[in-house]
Design a protein around this ligand. Structure first.
Ligand SMILES: [Zn+2]
Length: 347
């Protein structure tokens, strides 16, 4: 099932967490199965609402959805693990929705204990010198990797560039150190900054260096720019998947070579001549020897991509063009030429 969570909840892309919550609350109240017994369509609607809210109320999922778009989000799945709604319309009651909207899921989750210790676990199976005393030590978990598509122009890919990206970055909530809860004099309660989720999303400016000669499909890995780790674990990486827009003239060949096709008149092919060909650094002159066949390739050394480590060549394939209208006089001359310069055909 794929849906547009914004449409489902009737909120704008830039809606605040509060207005998302309010929209969900209003709609959930209306469509909850308890209010609409035996109403299949209300039940379906309620499931959709819950799924939409599940995505938009989680900063990580929301950022992933916003970045990937609907198709890719549901197809590839949140955080690469496959998007599965983790609820069922009957698993929480009507009262649950309104009693404590943001239930203490951090406390109920089996992977979280009440202990707020973010030290690494050196636990060994036999409970050796660095064993898990009391089984409370939480395991430091590396954050998940994030993937984003990045479209580069042909020239940017060939020459390399430095990009400045504005991205919604999930990060550990500093108010609660990612625990999702804070304690005050009266006990433990959900962190108001992150609403108990342990992470917040902030707009960040990230610089990405694109090496010269990068190719379509290659990845740029930005270490530590993925999802935050848990319990002191390292953050994951951000992988930029490069898509290179095609160029109207040049085609990449191998790592650093380029190729292009250039038309040539029959007469230049027969008699030889000079033609102008484009290169990355501007037009160059290519000498065509007499008797050049259609499809012949010429190499312009060093006129390919310069990746810093390697410099490629430019291959020019010529396409011989014939005159499109031939006068009676020209026909006469061509017949004479046919006698004088016969073409040998082997096959
Ligand atoms: Zn927090």
């Amino acid at each position: 099932m794929t849906l547009d969570p914004y449409k489902t909840l009737g909120v704008e892309k830039n809606a605040s967490p509060d207005s998302i919550k309010k929209a969900y609350r209003n709609l959930a109240r209306k469509y909850h199965p308890d209010v609409n017994p035996n109403d299949k369509s209300a039940e379906e609607k309620f499931k959709e609402l819950s799924m939409a809210y599940d995505i938009l109320s989680d900063p990580n999922k929301k950022a992933e959805y916003d970045n990937l778009g609907r198709e890719a989000f549901f197809e590839r799945g949140f955080n690469g693990a496959g998007y599965k709604p983790n609820f069922d319309s009957h698993s929480f009651s009507f009262d649950d929705i309104f009693a404590d909207f943001f239930a203490n899921d951090k406390f109920n989750s089996s992977s979280k204990t009440g202990r707020k210790n973010s030290s690494f676990s050196f636990g060994t199976a036999d409970g050796g010198p660095f064993g898990n005393f009391g089984g409370f030590t939480k395991k430091a978990t590396k954050g998940g990797d994030r993937e984003l598509k990045l479209t580069l122009s042909f020239r940017e890919a060939v020459n390399g560039t430095e990009l400045t990206l504005e991205l919604d970055m999930p990060e550990i909530c500093s108010n609660c150190q990612g625990q999702g809860m804070i304690s005050n004099g009266r006990g433990v309660r959900n962190c108001p900054e992150c609403r108990g989720r342990g992470s917040v999303v902030s707009r960040q400016t990230i610089k990405a260096k694109v090496p010269a000669g990068i190719k379509d499909g290659q990845k740029i890995r930005l270490r530590g720019k993925g999802f935050p780790g848990e319990n002191g674990g390292q953050p994951g990486d951000l992988n930029l998947i490069v898509q290179v827009s095609p160029d109207p003239v040049f085609v990449r060949e191998g790592d650093v070579d380029l190729k292009l096709e250039k038309s040539l008149s029959l007469y230049d092919a027969l008699l030889g001549g000079k033609i102008e060909v484009p290169t990355l650094s501007g037009p160059a002159t290519l000498k065509i020897p007499a008797g050049t066949q259609n499809g012949s390739k010429f190499r312009l050394k060093g006129k390919g991509v310069n990746s810093g480590k390697k410099t490629g060549d430019l291959y020019v394939a010529v396409k011989v063009l014939l005159p499109t209208s031939i006068s009676e006089e020209a026909k006469e001359l061509l017949s004479q030429l046919k006698e004088l310069a016969p073409v040998h055909i082997d096959n």
